[in-house]
Design a protein. Sequence first.
Length: 361
Amino acid sequence: MKQTINIRQAGILLIMCIFANKILLLPSLMYSDVKADAIFVVSVLFLIEIISLPVLFLLKKHFPTQSLYEILKAKLGVFLTKIIYILLLLFFFLKVLLVFSITYVYFKQQIYKDEVIWIALISFLPVINHAVVSGIRPLSRTMEIFFTVVIIGFVACLAFSLFTRISVPYIFLSNVKSFFGAIYKHIFSFGDIFFLFLIIDKIEIKKGQEKILYKYAFIGFILVLLLYFLYYSKYQVTSFMHNNALADILVFSVQFNAIGRLDIIAMITIVLITLFQMEIFSYGFSDCLLHIFPKLNWIYSVVVFDIVFGIVYYIFLGKYEKMISSTTSWFPFLAIFINIVLPVILAIILLIKRRKNEKID
């Protein structure tokens, strides 16, 4: 029996995707390019993401029981569909690498201070593997259970940052070239909501429920934009020096009256968000792999993921600087295809289907 999720669970998946790769290092990287105008760059990139949601709803309306693979296969043929899924597989794999690389460095700095890659892998991979093998419904239900904790933790970090002096950041300092250059350079950190297209056949959307998904998207966007605003308001010209935005806005709170260390709030929130993001992207990787090689099963897919992840991370991308530089050099080419070109292809498929239906009527 095919596992399905409801619109609320899809909305929670959406928020976790929105948080992905945007709440730790990205604010610092963007400030180096366009100063506090990064807030507007993020807004534009969010707008590009939100435009794809109507395409998702129309696909679900016209192909209610079909998967993305089945839709593409019927319209583009097996060969082109396999190529697209290979690119999607690469996209989700690189997303996992990026999430892990950024968060690993954060926890190494905050907790261990030493190289603890194997401890991190042993801690994360079994949990992620189990989530992927269990399926999208248990995965999303687990996120649903912890969703309130994540949101409270995120909002608490924003709220406690207000206890120190902040001032409105200087904006409109970047030129047009640097602004659009920043959009291109950092587009790979966005587009994560395409994961919902991958599981479109597993999402139950009743009539009139589309606004619920928009509500979750709006909540996610507002929280991220508030984080950027408060982060730049607190650090101003030194923003480029602080690489863990959600945690760094609590830097004042080593001791806060009798409460103790408040940075534990950021740590717990980041751990949960990171774990859920890696589960989402790992599931995306396995789903693509199984469509490319249909004779495999989910267990084999996670084994392949673990082996490839370990080899690629440890040998080729283990250097943090190389991973980050790649996200702004050749990764954007892949991101443009997934974020813009592929939704346009799906929109064209919908337009052609609509015209055919009109001719039949």
